[in-house]
Each structure stands twice: as C-alpha cells, then as structure tokens.
Design a protein around this ligand. Structure first.
Ligand code: ADP
Length: 316
C-alpha cells in the first residue's frame, strides 16, 4: 500500500532527519510511528503526502510513485489530522467537514448526508452540532471533528500526527477508542505518529520504533514487548513494567473475557511471559483455575494490561 524504498531526508541546513527507510505499510493496517522527539517521525509522515520532499529514495503509494501523482489528487485522497486542531473558526462544523468533498465537487445532497453520517459515527448529534462554530465545541469534540473531516471524502489513507496529545486523559482515551472502532468499521490504512508507548500499544497493528533518524524495530505490539531488538526498545517498552516471568495471569482475572471454550486451555498459574508467547500464535486461550474455566485471555486483553502498566510514560 505505502512502500518506503531507501528513503532519506536531509534538510537544507544539513540536518539528517531520516536515513534509509525501507518498509511497507499494508492496506488496512494501523501503523504507528514512535520515537523520541526529533527522531524523524513527522518527517516520515509528511513525505507520504508530499508536504516534505524526499532527498533520496522512493515512496510508492498503491504501486505508483508518490511523486508521479497529481499533487491535488494525492492530498485529497490522503486524510490528514494534526495535533493542533486546525478547524476554520468562522466556518460551521458542517462547512469544515465539507471542505474536501466540495473541492471534489460532490453533489450537495451527498455532502449533507456524509456530514450527518460522520457526526453520528463519532457520537455527535448532527442536528445539534452541524451548524455550530468550532469555539462552541469542547477540545475533545473539536478534535473529533478534525478526525472525521479527514475521513470525509473517503480517503484510503489517513495520516495522523500526534492527534490526541493536546487532550486531557479522558478525552484522549475516548478518542483512542473511537479511532479503533472506526478503523474496524472502515478498514482504512492509518499511519499514526505518537511518542506515547501506551497509545502505540493500544492502537497499533504494528509499531515502528525510530531513533536518531533510523528505524530500530518494526513489530506487532506483543512482539515488541517480548522480543525488543536492543536495550533502547527494551527500556522504552518495559520500564516500570514488572517482571512478566514471575507474575502469573491469575492477577488478570478481572481483565479477562467471560469463560468460553477455546482451542487451548492454560492454568491460571501460567506466567505473563508464557501467556505472551502462547498468544503470539493463538488469538485466545481459556484459563483454568481449580478445575474450572474462569475466563478467556485474549491477545488484546494482555496487551491492554501491559499498556496500562506502562502508563503514559513519555520517553524523551
Ligand atoms: P519527530 O517528529 O520525531 O519529532 P521530526 O521529523 O520533526 O522528528 O524532525 C527530525 C529532525 O529533523 C530533527 O532533528 C528536527 O530538528 C529536524 N527538522 C525538522 N524539520 C526541519 C526543517 N524544516 N529544517 C531543518 N531541520 C528540521
């Protein structure tokens, strides 16, 4: 879907922002770029929609070089959400959402329908919100509009640059949940920049860890936790995270899904470390305690639990 081939960027002042990126983001994937400030995440993201030119290499989007697309066609077909909510203050919510559909010359009827559909998708009543101005919405609601505006013209790809980092923890959790639900419904390819590991583990199908302008590791959350390639990734992912080889999944009973028959059954004394290894192959295992199945442990629950242990640690 999006392929980076030997991509580097050197800014005119000589700063090497990214060096030799080689990876492919699959269609429908939630791909998270994470790393310390200045590691090259935003530069990587903005090269996809050509807000920043490459110095070397090629980016392919759906098999075609990004540089060969008509720039408008490219930008209109790639949604973009920024940290700073960039709604136009004098336009209504509906007008803000309609910008790209208008540029694409959609029929008014279709635009109106789309606006209502999107507002409903993020739990905002269209009749109440469509004619309001941005300042009549809370920060979290405005950011929600920022997200649906990026979806308005149905782009295949959505780029998100720390879209939730300016929000309070509750709005942030809520929007993370929303975006996960949306992703499942609409199956878009999302490239998401964050420096918050908790967020990355919660959202990413795969996480790309960057450091000093280079990719250090690209893996699924459970792989990153279980098999960090070096001390940097290990410390980042695990710090404050306890000892998985000693703790057993019995402590996670409250997190588990209801008891159900699964292909594999494990004891509640299985360590978290062992459970992680098992759940790399199985989506879910039944958990047995004193001869009874007491719950179902899924990969998602385990990763969520581990993410909660990390908390909102920011590694700068
Ligand atoms: P991140 O998103 O991980 O914080 P960036 O991609 O923004 O990292 O920046 C990577 C490096 O490139 C940093 O050293 C940053 O200072 C530098 N940089 C970013 N934009 C420019 C620019 N326009 N001119 C020169 N250097 C830049």
């Amino acid at each position: 879907m999006i392929r980076f081939q030997r991509v580097s960027k050197i800014y005119p002042d000589g700063t090497k922002a990214v060096h030799n990126l080689n990876f492919t983001i699959e269609k429908g994937e939630f791909f998270v770029l994470i790393g310390p400030s200045g590691s090259g995440k935003t530069t990587t993201l903005k090269m996809i929609n050509r807000l920043i030119d490459l110095s070397e290499g090629t980016i392919f989007i759906q098999g075609k070089k990004a540089s060969d697309y008509d720039i408008h066609e490219l930008r209109w077909n790639i949604g973009y959400v920024l940290q700073q909510i960039a709604l136009f203050p004098h336009m209504t919510i509906a007008e803000n959402i309609a910008i790209v559909p208008e540029l694409k010359k959609w029929k008014q009827e279709k635009i109106k329908k789309r606006i209502d559909e999107l507002l409903e998708m993020v739990g905002l009543d269209p009749a109440t919100y469509r004619d309001r101005k941005p300042h009549e919405l809370s920060g979290g609601q405005q950011q929600r509009i920022g997200v649906i505006r990026a979806l308005a013209a149905n782009p295949d790809i959505i780029l998100m640059d720390e879209p939730f980092s300016a929000l309070d923890p509750i709005s942030r959790e809520k929007l993370q949940d929303d975006i996960l639900t949306l992703q499942r419904q609409i199956n878009k390819t999302i490239v998401f920049v964050t420096h918050d590991m908790h967020e990355a583990l919660k959202l990413g199908d795969r996480i790309c860890v960057m450091q000093h302008a280079e990719v250090v590791q690209i893996d699924a959350p459970e792989q990153l936790i279980q098999h960090p390639v070096n001390a940097f990734v290990k410390n980042f992912v695990r710090s404050g995270n306890g000892h998985y080889e000693h703790e057993c999944i019995e402590d996670l009973l409250a997190w588990m899904k209801p008891a159900a028959a699964e292909a594999k059954t494990v004891s509640s004394h299985t360590t978290i470390q062992e459970a992680l290894a098992l759940l790399a192959d199985e989506d879910a295992v039944a958990v047995e305690k004193d001869g009874e199945i007491v719950g179902t442990m899924t990969r998602q629950v385990l990763v969520k639990y581990l993410a909660s242990r990390i908390g909102e640690r920011q590694f700068q």
